[in-house]
Write a protein that binds this ligand. Structure first.
Ligand code: ZN
Length: 416
């Protein structure tokens, strides 16, 4: 197979570095072989010139629920998932993976579905039974009886239960462990502001997961849960909302001393920009067109994250796709929202959903950046996304391991 050379007016490499203008990427056997100025590579190759476009790494969603339907209410999303057959849950997951892939998401970490069904989905996609993104799965989240997402089927109350549950998931093929350290908004009665496990139990879970070489993602909304997850050594802090014990939105109790204890060598904060934090960006051509009150509201939602970033805490932006009003085909809206919420640049926002994301979930050597040796997971969008982040929603082509899986905004069918 000849080398493939992709050219475009702009390139964002996913490391946070400045964009390269008039750039090219050389792909050899599905892997990135070279990145630089257009025309520098002159060997016999197939050249695709995307003109006035931006090439960037394929996007990574580190927090999503492929089996959930993203309906207009928590109640409906919950009711449909609860009453679905396992076959319907698997088909929903594959269809949602394809929706995300069509917008440039080439890697997804699913943070919880029914028992071990997502292992089937991951393996089916890996074997090429259907087209879909690269997946990391946890199976079901570990939660308490009656706790957040308990209907996913993995209830564990005591420390012994928790250890058994994580080992069950590893035995079934989990890539990582997900624990619901606090209650959640989606589960009535689970008390989002309150902890579901004490520090000692979380520590035991992290120690055993690390022994089995699995990283741990903890859902943490309440401030006590955020602090305990930090001190237990959890790797990825999901949502990290620092809510008051009453779980009141918009009121938070950030523990500044606990933030100082975050170990940047393996811990990261994952800001999920979902639902009302991204719907204002639908069909928005430029951030200048965002109403001032929406800008203020979304900036306020980012206040704790800006504080933690200023203190050197590694961050990732993800979506919680599948939950209320957070459909899979709108991933780019979370990236646009991040520019406002974190008061940052488009290049930095792209880094938080590519290079930083890959690093946080243990795929740093594989994907997430346009660096020789990485998988050729690529997204091409219309216009200069480094100048105007809204262009990230203008998908042109998507490559997964060097194979063009989306062309002219359409998912390609499988052909061997
Ligand atoms: Zn979630």
């Amino acid at each position: 197979m000849p080398d493939l050379v992709l050219r475009a007016a702009a390139l964002i490499d996913g490391t946070g570095a400045d964009p390269i203008y008039d750039a090219e990427v050389v792909v050899r056997n599905g892997v990135i072989a070279h990145v630089g100025s257009a025309g520098a590579y002159a060997d016999d190759a197939e050249v695709v010139d995307y003109g006035d476009a931006t090439i960037m790494p394929g996007l990574i969603d580190c927090h999503c629920h492929l089996q959930f339907g993203a309906y207009e209410s928590h109640e409906r999303t919950l009711a449909v998932h609860k009453s679905a057959s396992n076959e319907e849950r698997v088909m929903t997951a594959i269809a949602n993976g394809q929706r995300a892939l069509a917008t440039g998401v080439t890697t997804m970490r699913d943070t919880g579905g029914y028992l071990t069904l997502n292992m089937l989905v991951r393996d089916a996609l890996r074997r090429g039974l259907a087209l879909g993104p690269r997946l990391l799965v946890c199976g079901a989240p570990i939660t308490t009886t009656g706790g957040h997402l308990n209907w996913c089927g993995l209830r564990a109350d005591s420390r012994e239960d928790v250890i058994r549950a994580l080992r069950q998931m590893v035995e079934a093929g989990a890539d990582f462990i997900k624990v619901m350290a606090t209650g959640g908004m989606m589960t009535p009665g689970s008390q989002a502001g309150n902890s579901q496990y004490n520090l000692e139990t979380l520590r035991a879970l992290v120690t055993d997961s690390h022994r089995l070489q699995r990283h741990v993602a903890a859902h943490v909304l309440g401030a006590d849960g955020c602090r305990d997850a930090i001190d237990a050594g959890v790797d990825t802090l999901e949502h990290c909302s620092w809510l008051t014990p009453e779980g009141i939105r918009g009121q938070s109790l950030i523990d500044e001393e606990a933030v100082e204890r975050i170990d940047a060598s393996h811990q990261s904060v994952h800001m999920t920009l979902a639902a009302m934090n991204r719907t204002p960006f639908r069909d928005l051509a430029h951030l200048d067109a965002l109403p001032a009150d929406e800008r203020e509201r979304i900036r306020a939602a980012g206040a704790n994250f800006r504080y933690m970033r200023e203190r050197g805490v590694p961050h990732v932006v993800s979506t919680d796709a599948g939950v209320i009003d957070t459909p899979f085909h709108e991933f780019p809206l979370s990236v646009i929202s991040a520019v406002v919420a974190l008061d940052t640049t488009p290049v930095d926002a792209v880094h938080l959903v590519t290079g930083a994301a890959a690093q946080a979930i243990g795929l740093g050597g594989l994907t997430g950046a346009l660096i020789p040796g990485r998988q050729a997971d690529l997204l091409v969008v219309d216009g200069d996304a480094a100048e105007n982040i809204c262009n990230i929603a203008r998908t042109v082509s998507v490559y997964l391991g060097g194979r063009e899986v989306v062309r002219n905004r359409r998912l390609e069918v499988l052909a061997n």
